[in-house]
Design a protein around this ligand. Sequence first.
Ligand code: UD1
Length: 417
Amino acid sequence: MDKILVRGGARLTGEVEIGGAKNAALPIMAATLLAPGVFELTNVPSLVDVNTMGHVLRVLGAQVTHHDHSLTIDTTNCSYHEAPYELVKTMRASVCVLGPVLARHGKARVSLPGGCAWGPRPVDFHIRAMKALGADVEIEHGYIVASADRLTGSVIHFDTSSVGATENAMMAATLAEGTTTIENAAREPEITALADFLNAMGARVAGAGTATITIEGVDDLHAVEFRVVPDRIEAGTFMVASAITGGDVLLKGVVREHCSAVISKLQESGAEIVDEPGGLRVRGPVWGQSVNVTTAPYPGFATDMQAQMMALMAVADGTSVITETIYVDRFSHVPELRRLGADISVDHNVAVVTGVKKLSGAKVMATDLRASAALILAGLVAEGETEVSRVYHIDRGYEAIEEKLAGLGADVERVRE
Ligand code: UD1
């Protein structure tokens, strides 16, 4: 298994290109299953999760080719309807093929994803949404087995905002008979991106980006070309990289409004964020102030940036309270940050981080995707060498992070084993 070695102390400067958003690319890839034809997706990041979704589509009968940052997906002969456990267990986002496969073929058999490092992560909202659209849904031998001659438009009300369930419901409803209203829909930019993609395919989706989405069902959809939006979490991670090293980094290809919550917290902690024609410049303070952070659905502070923000707070001036409201157990990075000398205590879903003047490099273990990013960020300012093992987690969601950081002057390398 590869490791990433970081020798701390370098101030990051220069420019970095932010890639396409993993969390937008995955549901858009799934949505290609709604129509036969040849799709061209551009600005697709080269990531393990994207490859996994490619495998899922192939198992369902699609031909998928990835070249550079483009994906060609031919869904002409997609006649299979089963997403197997072996794939879904490795990436729970695979469950978003449920809606499109069911809508196009009238049946779908998709493995239940099982648990994850941050807790149970159920898919009950996805199942309820399919039932609301008139599908028969049973759980059989660890699989969601759904069928319907044709889905029918309906009102789907989510108890809490769910990105994946909103996406599944939206995709399924595009081919349903009649109109569907999704209430308490997730408002993440990835939802808006998916709606734009579906509308380009001929769907009638309105209200994406608000809490109420309306979908007028159509009889069929068609293949299109589409560019994936920039990754706001990769952008946020590089913003923290600049801030934590007191750096001066220009991020290219960022949509500023997608990053507002992170920008606001970084500004509060003393970073300077400047819009420039070529992108967004982030200048870090010499020693940042501690700030309190509470994760929340978009446009609130993303849970996917919580670990990285905690790394920044570990070396800030003062005490910060970080409250996780989306995944209450999402603190597996805490013991690892402590190994680097961070002063963090956790009570249920609240972490109290007292900033220290310096961290010291150590061997640490990546426990999930964003936790790995947090450890690398902490390593950038730790004295000596930090060795992050199990970096396969990071390869799921960050393309060439060590090369991008090295391009900004960080002393970081991958050791292949
Ligand atoms: C997506 C993101 C993930 C991010 C998360 C929250 C993708 C591929 N992944 O995950 O990176 O951390 O949004 O921003 O886009 N819930 C239920 N029942 C369900 C579905 C969700 O109880 O059927 C709960 C979850 O346990 C969680 C909350 O709803 O507490 C939000 O989860 P959700 O928005 O669904 O996350 P994902 O779409 O899985």
